[in-house]
Ligand binder design. Sequence first.
Ligand SMILES: Nc1ncnc2c1ncn2[C@@H]1O[C@H](COP(=O)(O)OP(=O)(O)O)[C@@H](O)[C@H]1O
Ligand SMILES: [Mg+2]
Length: 232
Amino acid sequence: MSQAPALRATALSAFYGRAQVLFDVGLQIAAGEVLALIGRHGAGKSTTLKALIGLTAARGTIQLDGRPLAGLPAYRRARMGLGYVPEERRVFADLTVRENLALGAGRRDFDLAPLMQLFAPLRDLLDRSAGQLSGGEQQMLAVARTLAARPRVLLLDEPSEGMAPLVTAALAAAIAALRAQGTAVLMSEQNLQFVARVADRALLLEHGRVVGSAAPTELLPPSDAVRSVLGL
Ligand SMILES: Nc1ncnc2c1ncn2[C@@H]1O[C@H](COP(=O)(O)OP(=O)(O)O)[C@@H](O)[C@H]1O
Ligand SMILES: [Mg+2]
């Protein structure tokens, strides 16, 4: 029996004003697969994620579990099971960690336990204002808040950027656990060590085009194609 990919996009094109920044980007991710988008600064990684969640207008088709998403506003896509954590960690600084998570879940009586298992350091901080957390704790909270809505597909924009090794390790462990539970993950990343550790494969993005893909073994050490795309 063939199963529809959890997320499938074809021929995505996106523009800022008259400048085209994505050209016919196509990708698909199966349940329980972790795909990384790698490419230089400005290659179009964030724009691809924003096009998928609906924060940037784009041409092309997008399907979540076989259901078309194109044209729907971001909140509808989120409600259908697409989670998105933007590059700038977004937490409500004046609310407690628990309140942030409840907002993500959309209700007060949600199950905290699975989130606390993924992000144990947050357990002792539940009643602290999010604004008092460290950068790493806020990053965990931003991911946990999105997970509280139980997405089937998770989009992460540069999750390891600026994070200390301990936080990066916690994120890697959380992604591995999600993968094992069948969540599909698409993340933009510049950190090849992190990608090699958590991703099943990487798509190479250059000037808004997918120019190839790489297996984790081609990232450490980087193959010629990977070096070229990243300008190494
Ligand atoms: N809001 C915006 N307005 C105009 N141009 C933008 C905007 N956001 C991104 N761009 C441009 O689109 C291109 C792709 O950017 P982006 O998707 O952020 O790349 P990446 O995430 O790979 O660094 C870049 O040339 C960038 O300058
Ligand atoms: Mg970006």
